[in-house]
Design a protein around this ligand. Structure first.
Ligand SMILES: Nc1nc2c(ncn2[C@@H]2O[C@H](COP(=O)(O)OP(=O)(O)OP(=O)(O)O)[C@@H](O)[C@H]2O)c(=O)[nH]1
Ligand SMILES: [Mg+2]
Length: 227
């Protein structure tokens, strides 16, 4: 069984379609980790759970960050392969399953990537997001000694044994980087898998609010892996 957490904040435009497509896959449990949505996201998911048995929801009134939501969702997971995917269909579930195939082929952590020669980017992120994303990646690669090129893509799968042995404390968007850094440090096999990416205009990143916590997390991750 594969447990997939879907962090969701105000994703009413996409979450129904994502659940429709993804719940058709076999041996998959979908856990929507929703926070403080004001657009009816929770109600859409709730209705789904009444109709489709492999969909669950955990909601919070507090907007706690993508990382915190994923951790909450994973605490409800029953699969032996775990993972998460963005709610907005930027990545299709079939690509998530290709990332899972890398776990079946021996990886401990498999990362969907927009940065490999075989990646297929249908619509790119807006210019400013690409630039800020590139700056973040350069910084993250310098601080965290890794070959990984795409830290932030919302499509990752990993073995339960890996998750159980890590201790991630970043609650926001730096969650992915800490996951990669700890997996590397502990000697797990980390691979990047090319995916198809189709950007959606549903970004929840707010530079003013999110950049400083992300940088603080990065520095702490660096300090942790240096011991
Ligand atoms: N539950 C919950 N989900 C969140 C929170 N922040 C973001 N998300 C979800 O996390 C996923 C990724 O968020 P995005 O804002 O698309 O971030 P991103 O894709 O890294 O960056 P962009 O390229 O700017 O979209 C989406 O499914 C969001 O709904 C949060 O505080 N709580
Ligand atoms: Mg996004």
């Amino acid at each position: 069984m594969i447990s997939v957490v879907i962090p969701a904040y105000n994703e009413a435009n996409y979450i129904g379609e994502l659940l429709e497509v993804f719940s058709a896959f076999r041996d998959v449990e979908l856990i929507v980790a929703e926070d403080a949505s004001t657009d009816g996201t929770a109600a859409i998911v709730q209705k789904f759970t009444e109709r489709v048995s492999n969909v669950k929801i955990t909601s919070s009134d507090v907007l706690g960050g993508k990382g915190a939501a994923i951790k909450r969702g994973l605490s409800l997971a029953s699969g032996d392969i775990l993972g998460f995917i963005d709610a907005d269909l930027s990545i299709h579930p079939r690509d998530f399953m290709r990332v899972v195939a890398a776990i079946d082929n021996g990886a401990d952590l498999a990362i969907g990537s927009r940065k490999l020669p075989e990646s297929n980017v249908i619509e790119r992120q807006p210019f400013f997001r690409r630039i800020s994303g590139s700056v973040y990646s350069i910084l993250a690669r310098a601080l965290v000694d890794t070959h990984v090129r795409d830290f932030q893509c919302g499509c990752k799968a990993f073995r339960r044994a890996l998750w159980d042995s890590l201790n991630i404390s970043c609650d926001g968007f730096a969650f992915d980087t800490e996951l990669i850094a700890q997996a590397h440090t502990k000697g797990f096999a980390v691979v990047e898998v090319p995916i198809t990416w189709d950007n959606k205009t549903s970004s929840k990143v707010k530079m003013k609010r999110d950049v400083w916590p992300m940088l603080k997390c990065l520095l702490r991750v660096r300090a942790d892996i240096r011991g």
